[in-house]
Design a binder for this molecule. Structure first.
Ligand SMILES: Cc1cc2nc3c(=O)[nH]c(=O)nc-3n(C[C@H](O)[C@H](O)[C@H](O)COP(=O)(O)OP(=O)(O)OC[C@H]3O[C@@H](n4cnc5c(N)ncnc54)[C@H](O)[C@@H]3O)c2cc1C
Length: 413
């Protein structure tokens, strides 16, 4: 059985995309819900580790698919890509949902009874005795990837059968998934728990697991009810979406981070604004995904190599040298700016999450020195996020218009 592997380079992401494109039409819509196991992932794209870090962008993925298929045939796949965009936009408009999740992690761990602590330890190690669940727990540790349905079943069993706090499951996923993403992960766990669509939970059943794994697993003893988890904090009303900031003129440093590693596609807008990139840096920050524990070594290696890949491509695209910085901190950035006589630092926009928290803290320190850290917002996000005010279904209605506005797909031309 050939297990998939994820090479943290743009070249490998593009190869995976090219291989998948022929299957992105009706075949994907018909078969994507089946989890045949790690030896056969042909019915899904497995693109998420690359897309999450924007080694390849959502735009490129959708463009490639719509070059080959009509929007009607590949509508399901395009919608799935837009789920990522929707979740990011939803969290961007309600950042307190992220900060509340983060601050609830330590109390959730400390509040476990000794019996629950034992269940938690067994769950993350794949030793609960629940068929399927234990296999997915080990698959996650070994490969850093799970099929979407395995993620749903795992989260549902974690919350409703094992009775563990959803936040601890989300934290475990975020630290072990190569595609671990603050928005998609936190909000998907909230959705399973009944917090996202209030009162609507996801119950994993023996029948569904047996059917969708083609009989590989038939777990018994699963919860038969999924009462929504209660939450005393109502979701705040959506804030105003971010708008593109004016880009600085003159000598700028390009700061890369794990949330967006395709800086070369920002070259045109930077040049048009008169931003001259004279230095590039890509310090690591991936270890910040959780306040409870470090990220898994597999994830750390993937992210570190992805940063090198993104940095090297930026060096050739902008013809500027790369510098090693001592972390993503204000003091490191100030020293860097002085060394190159930068007028400003530009960075791809980081959505709500640990990277953004770091960048915001660094921006405050830079401002004290009269330096700006300017985020470059992509058109893909700037157009879509303002529509993430309600549920996915009204958002989904906007997809054809969003594609048209950006000239993506055969129908748009
Ligand atoms: C509990 C739970 C936790 C999750 N955590 C993450 C996470 O940390 N990071 C992450 O990227 N996805 C997460 N997902 C969403 C989804 O499971 C993965 O994006 C998908 O399984 C990735 O595999 P793929 O690339 O083969 O997907 P495909 O089915 O091939 O989909 C194509 C692309 O669409 C996007 N996509 C598909 N489904 C979703 C979805 N439900 N939400 C958001 N984007 C989607 C991804 O970019 C994916 O690469 C989670 C889902 C659940 C239920």
């Amino acid at each position: 059985m050939a297990l998939m592997s994820f090479d943290p380079t743009r070249a490998a992401g593009l190869e995976t995309l090219a291989d998948f494109v022929p299957r992105a039409g009706r075949a994907y819509a018909a078969e994507r819900n089946t989890d045949r196991g790690p030896g056969d992932r042909a019915n899904v794209s497995t693109l998420s580790p690359w897309v999450r870090h924007r080694l390849i962008t959502e735009r490129e993925v959708v463009e490639a698919v719509l070059e080959r298929h009509s929007l009607e045939a590949a509508g399901k796949f395009v919608q799935e890509v837009y789920w990522r965009t929707y979740w990011k936009g939803w969290l961007e408009l309600r950042p307190s949902v992220w900060s509340r999740y983060r601050s609830g992690l330590a109390p959730a761990l400390d509040g476990l009874s000794p019996a629950d602590r034992a269940t938690y330890d067994a769950a993350i190690a794949g030793r609960t005795g629940i068929e399927g669940f234990d296999d997915w727990a080990r698959e996650l540790l070994e490969l850093g990837y799970l099929h979407n349905h395995a993620r749903m079943w795992f989260a549902s069993i974690w919350i409703f059968t094992l009775g563990l706090p959803w936040q601890l499951g989300a934290d475990h996923f975020l630290r072990h998934l190569l595609d671990g993403d603050p928005a998609s992960n936190t909000l998907s766990w909230r959705w399973v728990a009944g917090l996202q669509t209030v009162g609507k939970t996801y119950l994993a059943t023996t029948q569904n697991i047996e059917f969708a794994t083609e009989g590989r697993f038939r777990p018994t003893g699963l919860a038969t009810e999924a009462p929504a988890v209660s939450d005393d904090a109502p979701v705040p009303p959506p804030a105003a979406p971010p708008t593109p900031a004016p880009l600085p003129r003159g000598r700028v440093g390009l700061l890369l981070h794990e949330d967006d590693l395709h800086a070369e596609s920002l070259a045109e807008s930077l040049a048009a604004a008169g931003s001259e990139v004279v230095a590039v840096a890509a310090p690591t920050a991936g270890e910040e995904r959780s306040p409870l524990a470090p990220i898994a070594p597999l994830v750390g290696r993937f992210t570190a190599h992805a940063l090198v890949d993104g940095r090297d491509r930026a060096v050739s695209a902008f013809g500027a040298p790369a510098d090693a910085l001592d972390g993503l901190t204000a003091s490191a950035l100030i020293g860097w700016a002085r060394a190159h006589e930068l007028t400003a630092i530009v960075t791809p926009f980081a959505p709500v999450g640990p990277t953004r928290d770091r960048l915001d803290a660094a921006a405050r320190g830079l401002a004290d020195e009269g330096l700006s850290l300017t985020p470059v917002l992509r058109e893909w996000d700037a157009r879509a996020w303002p529509h993430a005010t309600r549920g996915f279904f009204p958002f989904r209605e906007r997809i054809p218009a969003l594609l048209r506005e950006q000239g993506i797909g055969r129908q748009a031309r």
